[in-house]
Design a protein around this ligand. Structure first.
Ligand code: ASP
Length: 437
């Protein structure tokens, strides 16, 4: 059995955290391939090394002196070396990095050094082989990740080494220069390595004990989700729940490898398992509740709208032509509502309205702002009566006016529109109805 373990920035922020990481890895001999992020924040006032590198490189790219910035970065690594009494010495690495910064090697190169250096230290500490991700993770000339080329090269390499550290977040362009994924991209590397290693499990170690049923800033101490499917996760992440980079799902999903979100600071907690399919029931019918504020609805009314072929297209065309993506479009008999992000819409409002009037010729258009959308997601809702009743009873009891209801055909998801100022109360009411009854 092979497990791939990825550790986030907070898991590797200091020598103390490195010790926890080593204990976790050595506690299970199946944990053979390790993907580190870089040293993250040691406390809430601290700066993540990625941000220090971006800042330092901005100075270098401007032709300014960046000695002090580079020294602070070096000090973060030195603290780890000293704290663990490592034999690794990064002096030569830092000399090269300084040269490359001065030669303006690029922002991606700069940011990637965080993971690169952390990978060297972790490999030294564990006694594992260090594999430079630039040699095995590939992008094309347009910056698109090349999954098959990467998988072929990386799986061949992993087959030759029993245990290794492969730094997260970066790979290389066809010309050999470094290219990073988007922020939080070490999650993606972990997933790529899991696929290449044909792992039985991808463990993603972070600073929370898994996905929570809802946002802990809204509900105190929400329950942890034990098992979630990729589909449910996608719906919750779309609505703003974040723990894992969205692009991290694809490589393992296609290979049928589950992801386990775990907490480095509470390794005994089982965390959340993300799977393709499961027969396990969520603890409380719904799997999760997530949502976002800041929507505007454009309510369009036209008599006999239903018999006018092409009406919907004309409406959506007005949004498309102005570069606005629509989030939802519930419709009635002679009404149709388009939900858009408020800030996106504001800039193009008059052009959209103008085009709507010209092409769709509606009887009236009404705009309502400051709306929030809440998604109640759960595989167990399918074919189960009473879920909607429970949601709406909870909202009624909390005196919350529901502005919109949308149930996806998958029956896994009910989306509710409320006013921004009812957002938190609505989430609390739904949570309490399902998870605290
Ligand atoms: N260090 C990178 C970032 O801050 C990647 C990661 O931590 O996953 O975005």
């Amino acid at each position: 059995m092979t497990k791939v373990v990825k550790f986030g920035g907070s898991s590797l922020a200091s020598a103390e955290q490195f010790k926890k990481v080593k204990n976790i890895i050595t506690a299970d001999k199946d944990r053979r391939y390790v993907v580190p992020s870089l040293p993250g924040k040691r406390n809430s006032a601290d700066t993540k090394v990625t941000d220090m590198l971006y800042h330092c490189y901005a100075k270098a790219a401007n032709g300014e002196n960046f000695d002090n910035e580079m020294k602070s970065i070096q000090a973060r690594y030195q603290e780890i070396i000293d704290g663990l009494q490592l034999t690794a010495d990064l002096t030569a690495e830092f000399a090269t990095i300084k040269e490359q910064f001065a030669a303006k090697a690029g922002k991606d190169y700069a940011a990637s050094r965080g993971e690169y250096l952390n990978g060297i230290l972790l490999a030294n500490y564990l006694g594992y082989e260090f594999i430079d991700s630039a040699e095995y993770i590939f992008f094309d000339e347009n910056g698109a990740f090349l999954p098959e080329k990467t998988n072929a090269a990386l799986s061949a390499k992993l087959a030759t080494c029993d245990r290794a550290v492969i730094p997260g977040f970066y790979g290389s362009n066809p010309d050999g220069s470094v290219k990073t994924f988007s922020r939080g991209g070490s999650d993606i590397t972990g997933s790529i390595v899991a696929r290449a290693a044909d792992a039985t499990l991808y463990e993603n170690w972070t600073d929370v004990s898994g996905f929570l049923v809802t946002d802990p800033r809204i509900v105190e101490n929400p329950q942890v989700i034990e098992t979630i499917t990729y589909k449910e996760l996608r719906e919750l992440s779309y609505m703003g729940a974040t723990v894992l980079h969205e692009d991290a799902i694809f490589p393992v999903r296609t290979a049928g490898i589950p992801i386990n979100i775990r907490n480095t600071n509470a390794p005994e907690d089982p965390g959340t398992i993300i799977v393709e399919n499961t027969s396990r029931k969520p603890r409380c019918i719904i799997t999760g509740i997530a949502g976002k504020k800041g929507f505007t609805s454009i309510n369009i009314e036209k008599d006999m709208m239903n018999s006018e072929i092409g009406f919907g297209r004309k409406v959506l065309q007005a949004f498309e032509d102005n570069g606005i993506s629509f989030e939802h479009m519930p419709s009635g008999i002679d009404t149709l509502t388009v939900f858009v992000h408020q800030t996106e819409f504001e800039d193009h409002e008059q052009q959209v309205l103008n085009q709507l009037h010209k092409t769709a010729n509606p009887d009236s258009i009404e705009i309502e702002t400051d709306l929030a959308l809440i998604a109640v997601v759960g595989r167990a809702m399918k074919s189960k009566w009473g879920t909607a009743a429970k949601i709406f009873t909870a909202l009624t009891n909390a005196s919350i006016n529901v502005k919109m209801i949308d149930q996806g055909s998958s029956e896994q998801n009910v989306i509710i529109g409320v006013r921004n100022h009812d957002f938190e109360a609505a989430i609390r009411a739904i949570y309490n109805a399902f998870c605290n009854d």
